[in-house]
Every structure is written in structure tokens, then in C-alpha cells.
Write a protein that binds this ligand. Sequence first.
Ligand SMILES: [Zn+2]
Length: 485
Amino acid sequence: MRVLVKTLMLEGLKVIEVDVEIAVVRSAIPVHNIVGLASKEVKESFERIRAAFESAGLKLPAGKITVNLSPADIVKRDTGFDLAIAVGLMIALGSVRREIIKDGFVVGEIGLDGEVKAPRGLVLFAKYALLQGKTLICRPIGLLELFKGLNIQPVYSINSLMDKTKVIEMPGSILEVSEKNNFNIDYVLLNEEEKLLVKLLAAWDVNALFIGPPGRGKSFIANLIAWLKAPLTYEKYLEVIGIYEYAGERRVSREVPVRSPHFTLSYSAMFGGGDGMQPGEVSLAHNGVLIMDEFPEFPRRIVEGLRQPLVEGKVLVSRASKKVEFPAKFQLLATMNPCPCGEFGYGFCSCSFREVRGYLNRVSRAVLDRIPVVYNVEGRGRKVVKVSDFKNEVEELAKIEVPASMEILKRKLNLKDLQFLYELFEKRGISLRKAVQYFRVIYMLRVLRTEDELIKSLFLEHFDYVDRLRLMMRKKGGKRIALLE
Ligand SMILES: [Zn+2]
């Protein structure tokens, strides 16, 4: 007898369909075999199933049982195949109707007592099943209620499989719990430029670096921007809770995720991996904001490692000999001092040239190329601003789509702005990658009805400020100091 059960597995955070084919052949000697690149824990599932069956008063089918997992070229790990194999065996035994697996994916682990458990990544499976219009046969968890229209066939134990169960349609209710950001403020001190940038960066996902001496509010501005961001769309929200559930963290808030890793964290904590294939900070910040305070203090490897997610919106993590993909599309908001003492270019700097150069060079040009907004936080001319009023404005602005293509942007910008940018590119030798971002930023500034003077001052006095500090150092040193790269 042959039974085919469909199940799901994860490679990184990517959902893959797996066929579990079970063949039972008459044989005097009972033999069990799992083929199709099954890992040790998958091979052991027979032992868990045997014990679970016993507790439910069942016995494994007599004869030779072969379980084939396909596609055959992917290593099957984890214990999430238990339920699919058990259901297949129960169909072979005639104790479960075959209809139960029609148009459905069976996912779950089984305890020795016969209890069915939700597998890691169940929320990601739910999203996949919903998109495919298939039923999910699993032990339900509360988060699945968020998936409007998803069909669930609940299974709690081996025994409950034998009862007649109904398919339930999920209501898509938004859980009203909101983990309140502990950053709730009404009034802050900001100057005109800061006000403008706060709105721009809160409305659109543009990467930014705030540079300046300690105590001028760099980190505060970064957190303020994150706080002002519009809530996640339903689609992005489901993605985020899927990642968090996989990481073993419960998250129900519609606010964008904000991560602020400390510079002492490890490479795998930042980018993901390790024994448990945990998503790193860059993936936990997916669809949200990654705040990196004291940017040059992060190990060089970590700063350079940001290049891939900043361009591609994903990160590749090594697993055994293979690379798996984790989503990592975030807005980077970094802060830094201009030198180790924090005063270079502002006040009395007690560092040597060597120290200043080393410090500034820790943020390479390749990384700066992906950060269009560099703002020199001096904190001059600040006035009291009611920022809680920004929330609605930001939410409206966020709905305005900013073109990503250079061609479209060129058509949309006025001649004066184009002329201004081209002159700037020529003067500073700006890369094409950065040029596109500048086109987008100037477009956003126009959406915000920014005056010409302010636009000029931002582009000429602020953006590329790290390069200007390097230049300043070169002049002060009275000799040429080789720039990095
Ligand atoms: Zn200094």
C-alpha cells in the first residue's frame, strides 16, 4: 500500500514543500527505513511514533515500511516530519480516513505520549498554506488566528486524529495587544533641518548616519524616527511575526520592529546562524529599523557584513556546507562620534591624527555608499516641537511611493534639481549607487515642500560628512593621508 502525505519544511526562513511517500509491503520480518537525505533526528521519528502509537493503542503496520522524502537533494532536519509520517502510517492502517490529507499540509512533532506539538516556524507555514489555498493540519497556536481565511484542521494528539475533526477557518483578527514602545513623548527640541529629516526618515526607509560630538542627541533622533514610523501593513506584519515565532520570541505588535544591538555582539548574533540557526539582529529588524549606536565600535567584519543586506534585503547564512537565506530588509540608522574623544571638527580634539584617521576609516566607503543621509548633528537653533503631531503626517507621507528607478526619477525631478545634483556628482565623484539614492532623497525633500536653501545646505554641508571630515583631517595634517580604499 502507498500513501502520499504533503508536509512543509524550512531552509533558513524559506518554506519548502516535501512529499512524504509511505509504502508498506508484506514481509515476514518487520523493517523500517527512511530515505531521501533524512537527518538523524528524522530517522529517529519511528521510535517516537512507535511509542506514541502504543499510548493510543495502535501498532505500526506489519511488514516492511519505507518512507521516502522528496525532493531528495535537500537535507531533511528537525522533528517536524513526525506527524506527516504518523498520519501516513495511520492511513495505511485504516485508522484515519484518507480525506483528511486532501489539499492539506501536515506539520507537527509528536511526543512519546502521543501529544502533537506545533513545530518551529508554524507561522511561516501558515502564511505559505494561505497563499497556496491549502489546509494546514497541525496543532493550532493563537497567532494563527491572524491569518484571515486560513483553514486549519486541528490535531492535538494521535487519538484526536482518529476522531472526526472539522476544518476551521481563521478569522484574521488583529490581536489588540501592543507592546508599547517605552518612548512616548510629546515635545522635543529640534531645529528646522532635524525636523525635516526626522519626518523624511520616518516616512521612507532611507539609511542614515548621524555624526557629532557626544550629548547632542544623535541617538535620541534615531529612536525618535523609529518611534514615528507608521504601523506595519498586514502583509509585512505577517512576515515579521513569522520571523519572531521562528526565533522563539512572541510578538504581536503592529509597530515596526526596532532592534538596537550593542557593539559587543557576535557575528552570528548579528547575521544569524549558530547551532539553532537563529535569525540574527538584521532579520529581527526585517521590515523595521536597525539602530547601531557608536557605529565604528562594531567589529569591522560586522560593519562590512551589512553590505549584502543593505543592497539585497537578505542575508546568506552558512549551514553545514550550504548557504541558507534569511530576509533582512531594514532601515539602518547609525550614530557615531567623529573621533575617539568625540570633538574632532567641533571642539578641542585630544586625539592624534592617526587615531582620528583610524576611527573614521572603520566605516568604509563601500558601507557609506549605501547610506545617503549623513547628518552632522550640531544641535544649533533648536526649538520646542510637538512631535506627537508628526505621527499622522508621517503615516500619510509613507503612503506616497518614491520611484526606485533612475529613469523615472529623472523625469519627475525639475531641471534645477537635476542640474544641482549633476554638479555635485561631478565635484565629489559620487558613485552611481549613491547617485540613485540622492535622486530619491531630493524627490522626498520636494514632496515635503522643502525650500531650495535647505536642500542645498543638506547636500552641501551634511551628506557625505564623513568624507568632509577626512578631508579636513588631511588639510590639518598638512600632508596627504591615504584614504581608505
Ligand atoms: Zn578626538
